[in-house]
Design a protein around this ligand. Structure first.
Ligand code: NAD
Length: 259
């Protein structure tokens, strides 16, 4: 369906980003991977994606550095031909009450979860305009729509990312370019596993119990969303059927924000 399209997925060496890269590769895209990873694991995941028959490249750009973002976009155009699909997925989480929230954690969360998307979109849009086609998908969160305690930076960044999504959708409204956000609930990835482990330690409960409590608190389905669910949603947003979805924040959260 997406034969010959090129997709950059930030933070695609792990978790949700890797699920999105897999779904886009399966749909026919050439893939630019990005994220922190060692040589051995990089060659393993590249091989897994190359099975689908399309070129797979990798950029080690730190997305909190706008010069490195610019280089990643240039590398994509040079190695894969263009930037047709941009998925802003890389993100980090830090959890503290506001009064003890380290300034550096606030800065780092805002840089990775919000400011990076400003820079990737700014540098990728000219390539999309040249092709007269583009899809920008920002991985926000249920925390882009509602809040939880102790997540000031993350909630602020994800709400901001949805605002950015709407502006870009309006600035590209008359073109065959769309910009939307996906708002997942809990997905079992390293980012969430750390929160489960911290909770088990703090409350002196088993990992299984912490798993259950985490879901029971927010996600009525009591099941995790999977990276593949999100990958297939991204593929849909890249389809012709989704060409008039512009500036939306689409939930995939087991009922979290329906409450
Ligand atoms: P993860 O920790 O498994 O993966 C994060 C990826 O981002 C990794 O590939 C990592 O190398 C990369 N990364 C981190 N900082 C980077 C930087 N400065 N430069 C380049 N790459 C960097 O996390 P995940 O759970 O897969 O989360 C992916 C996205 O989904 C994040 O934006 C997160 O906020 C969002 N999200 C996650 C959940 C969840 O339950 N896991 C829920 C809602 C939204």
């Amino acid at each position: 369906m997406l034969d010959n399209k090129t997709a950059i997925i930030t933070g695609s060496t792990s978790g949700i980003g890797y699920g999105i890269a897999t779904a886009l590769a399966r749909a026919g895209c050439k893939i630019m991977l990005n994220g922190f990873i060692d040589e051995e694991n990089l060659s393993k995941i590249k091989k897994e994606l190359e099975i689908f028959g399309n070129q797979v490249s990798y950029s080690n750009a730190d997305i909190t550095n706008h010069k490195q973002i610019q280089k990643m976009i240039e590398q994509t155009e040079r190695e894969l031909g263009s930037v047709d699909i941009l998925v802003n997925n890389a993100g980090i989480q830090r959890v503290h009450p506001i009064e003890s929230f380290p300034d550096s954690d606030w800065d780092n969360v805002l840089a990775a979860n919000l400011t990076a998307s400003f820079h990737t979109i700014k540098h990728a849009l000219p390539s999309m305009r040249k092709q007269k086609w583009g899809r920008i998908i920002n991985i926000a969160s249920a925390h882009g729509l509602v809040a939880s305690i102790n997540k000031a930076a993350y909630v602020a960044a994800k709400h901001g990312l949805i605002g950015l999504t709407k502006v870009i959708a309006l600035e590209t409204a008359k073109e065959d370019i769309t910009c939307n956000a996906i708002c997942p609930g809990w997905v079992l990835t390293p980012l969430v596993q750390k929160q489960i482990n911290d909770r088990a330690l703090l409350e002196k409960i088993s990992i299984d119990q912490a798993n259950h409590d985490l879901l029971a608190e927010k996600q009525p389905s009591l099941q995790f969303v999977s990276p593949n669910h999100i990958g297939e949603m991204v593929v849909f947003l890249c389809s012709d059927a989704a060409s008039q979805i512009k500036g939306s924040a689409l939930s995939i959260d087991g009922g979290w924000t329906a409450q």
